[in-house]
Design a protein around this ligand. Structure first.
Ligand SMILES: [Zn+2]
Length: 292
């Protein structure tokens, strides 16, 4: 399927992942916690004609007026771009947040019931789909558990691989549109390199009626990511690599200041450039260039 060019506003996750699964590429998904990220990512995706998922992270970034701010910016900015943009809520664990996201105009939500026993994960994922689907909002669920550091970077969570035997019933019962699976990645920055279980992924992809999602994409060796995309991963979540890039840009920016009132471009330019570099690399890695 080719997208209708030129008029793209917000799109659902279901729609972009259907094309990705069909054509054998993955859509990059970035957690956007600051406005500078929204702009740098969207401009780079536009240049490379790549669909993109912009994600808002549950927690401190959305507390208070955060629910209006970054999502509002993404909604407004999407209108000025001609590539498909999905506004996605990342890692919600309760239905209150799902309701808020649906009311705020998100086009996609993730319900993360991975810490719950299987039946409870089924229940909350099903309830999420009931809230989201009537409003045309896509749902991503998670089976198994992608461990690593939690979002506040305070606790470490153990990974549990996704069981192929659970997938069919989970997808059929809950009605989720995409499924995050655990095959060996973890969230945050790796202490030692991960080893993805591609055989497990093949099995999961064979039994899953919906496209598969990989979290913990940052820091995973490129050849493993490409192998994962070849075997069914259609969305890759990226956060840590963007923070590393912004830190690098921030340092370059600070080091280059020679006057007390530097031009704004000198202040933020290096940050945006480092971010754009990461976005370009991910698009090339996932094969999503020229797919918009
Ligand atoms: Zn995640």
């Amino acid at each position: 399927m080719k997208w209708k060019k030129g008029k793209h506003m917000l799109t659902t996750l279901k729609e972009v992942l259907a094309d990705a699964r069909n054509a054998g590429y993955a859509v990059p998904a970035f957690d956007c916690v600051e406005d500078v990220m929204v702009r740098a990512i969207l401009e780079t995706c536009e240049q490379m004609r790549s669909p993109v998922v912009l994600m808002c992270l549950i927690g401190a970034d959305l507390d208070g007026n955060g629910w209006e701010y970054v999502p509002g910016l993404i909604k407004a900015a999407a209108d000025f771009h001609s590539v498909p943009v999905v506004l996605h809520l990342d890692h919600a664990t309760d239905l209150e947040s799902i309701k808020k996201a649906v009311d705020c105009g998100f086009t996609s939500v993730m319900i993360d019931g991975s810490a719950l026993p299987f039946e409870e994960n089924v229940e909350i994922s099903k309830a999420t789909a009931r809230l989201a689907h009537p409003k045309g909002v896509s749902v991503e669920g998670e089976l198994g558990c992608v461990g690593g550091v939690d979002l506040q970077a305070t606790n470490r969570i153990e990974s549990v691989l996704t069981e192929p035997g659970d997938v069919e019933r989970f997808v059929a019962t809950t009605g989720v549109d995409a499924l995050a699976v655990s095959i060996g990645t973890s969230h945050g920055v790796y202490e030692s390199l991960p080893e993805l279980n591609i055989d497990r992924l093949k099995e999961l992809n064979r039994v899953s009626k919906v496209p598969l999602v990989l979290h913990g994409g940052s820091g995973t060796p490129d050849n493993q990511i490409q192998e994962a995309v070849r075997n069914g991963i259609c969305k890759l979540n990226i956060y840590a690599d963007c923070r590393i890039a912004m830190a690098k840009g921030l340092k370059a920016s600070a080091d280059s200041q020679t006057r007390p009132d530097p031009p704004a471009q000198q202040l933020f330019g290096p940050i945006k450039n480092e971010l754009a570099k990461v976005v370009r690399e991910k698009i090339e890695l996932l094969g999503s260039a020229e797919k918009a």
